[in-house]
Design a protein around this ligand. Structure first.
Ligand code: AOF
Ligand code: ZN
Length: 377
């Protein structure tokens, strides 16, 4: 049996893993619900083949890389543990062994219960050298939504808002169009291309009458559009219903049956929950195999997800505007905290620019560390 575990990897192998991560990212709009995976094949430290998982249902990265290459004695550098199961495609471990690969260098384990260590151990039993635990944080950043859904058994949650420099998402009268300029608005549409579902509260649905659609044409198919609407105040005339794609409305169990029927007649699914809370909504969405959810507001809903601790990342557009006024709302409703010591901490802020605006992104503190700890060993 070959060596397995966190052995050293050479500089050439680490460089190959970095390139494999870049290749993997090219699948960002098409692999869900599968992870993004990249592979680089090395012989004597020189690349002889590469590939990435392009699309769910299509060949896995390993198979793409091994195609048309004599890989006997080669080293396969892969961003995720090779699969050991028959899914939509046959097991990659069989393809790797059959190709005569001698050594496998990987970032981390695949938490899919059908794989979960079995891929590495089967490669080891076949006599290959196997080492993993390399560039784990980079790989976890790439597939954080997939990993969160698998490990926490709920969709990964991104909270998104646009605010003025003085922290307002609307004026005191509720005017909110537009806080951000067109380049940042386009960027926020990008978020819809990389999440399975988008959610707003009924306040936002009534005030803005949004369509909530994908419109950049990168992801295939429509996004699942969700409205939290305890008492079913959403009118059947909402613009949401004029656009193709599924609409899901969460309401309280005692919501009016006539109103529910009217929305169903417009094509919506009305799902009744004992309590319309973030936890209940996420549990229901997990049952629908939704891996990632983008929450776009308003303040009450965003605040509820933060208060429940059910979010993983925030994406904020900050515009050089001063809205002013103590009655103009900030992005997060709810009671908040008494003491600054109880404020929620996020990971280091990632800062980018789009036109006149600044984009701020951050993971919840500890989110990446916990995911890494679960898959590195
Ligand atoms: C790999 N390499 O490139 C990917 C893997 O139904 P299937 O056949 O597409 O299998 C999907 C599962 O395979 C997915 O849930 C994950 O566990 C793994 N993805 N594995 O070895 C790849 N995309
Ligand atoms: Zn596979």
């Amino acid at each position: 049996m070959g060596a397995a575990g966190n052995d050293a990897a050479s500089a050439a192998e680490i460089a190959a893993l970095k390139r494999a991560l870049e290749l993997a990212a090219q699948g960002r709009h098409t692999t869900a619900p599968n992870p993004m995976v990249g592979v680089v094949l090395l012989r004597d430290g020189v690349e002889i083949g590469a590939g990435w998982h392009r699309k769910v249902g299509g060949p896995h990265a390993e198979v793409e890389a091994l195609r048309d290459v004599d890989a006997r004695g080669a080293t396969l550098c892969v961003t995720l543990e090779p699969c050991a199961h028959h899914g939509r495609t046959p097991p990659c471990v069989d393809a790797i062994v059959a190709a005569g690969v001698r050594r496998v260098v990987a970032c981390h384990a695949d938490p899919d219960s059908r794989v979960s260590g079995l891929g590495f151990s089967r490669l080891g039993f076949a006599g290959l050298d196997v080492t993993w635990g390399h560039l784990v944080e980079e790989a976890v950043r790439l597939n954080w939504k997939y990993l969160t859904a698998k490990l926490l058994r709920r969709p990964a949650v991104t909270l998104k808002w646009a605010m003025s420099l003085d922290g307002k998402i609307a004026t005191r009268s509720g005017d909110s169009r537009w806080i951000s300029a067109p380049p940042a608005r386009r960027w926020s549409l990008e978020l819809r291309e990389v999440h399975d579902a988008i959610l707003v509260g009924i306040g936002t649905a009534l005030a803005d009458d949004p369509m909530l659609t994908r419109r950049l044409g990168k992801a295939e198919g429509p996004i699942l559009r969700i409205v939290l609407d305890r008492r079913l105040r959403l009118p059947p005339t909402a613009k949401l219903f004029d656009q193709p794609g599924p609409v899901l409305v969460y309401a309280a169990a005692d919501a009016d049956a006539g109103l529910a029927a009217a929305l169903r007649a417009r094509g919506a699914e009305v799902a009744l929950l004992p309590e319309v809370t973030p936890e209940a909504v996420l549990a229901d969405l997990a049952g629908r195999a939704v891996q990632s959810l983008l929450v776009e507001g308003g303040a009450e809903v965003l605040g509820a997800f933060v208060a429940a601790g059910t979010f993983d990342r925030v994406e904020v557009v900050c515009a050089p505007l001063l809205v002013r006024g103590q009655d103009a709302p900030g992005p997060l409703g709810g009671a908040g905290t008494e003491k600054l010591a109880d404020a929620l901490r996020l990971d280091t802020l990632e800062v980018r620019r789009r036109g006149p605006d600044v984009l701020l992104g951050a993971f919840r503190d500890g989110c990446l560390r916990d995911l890494s700890a679960s898959v590195a060993g």
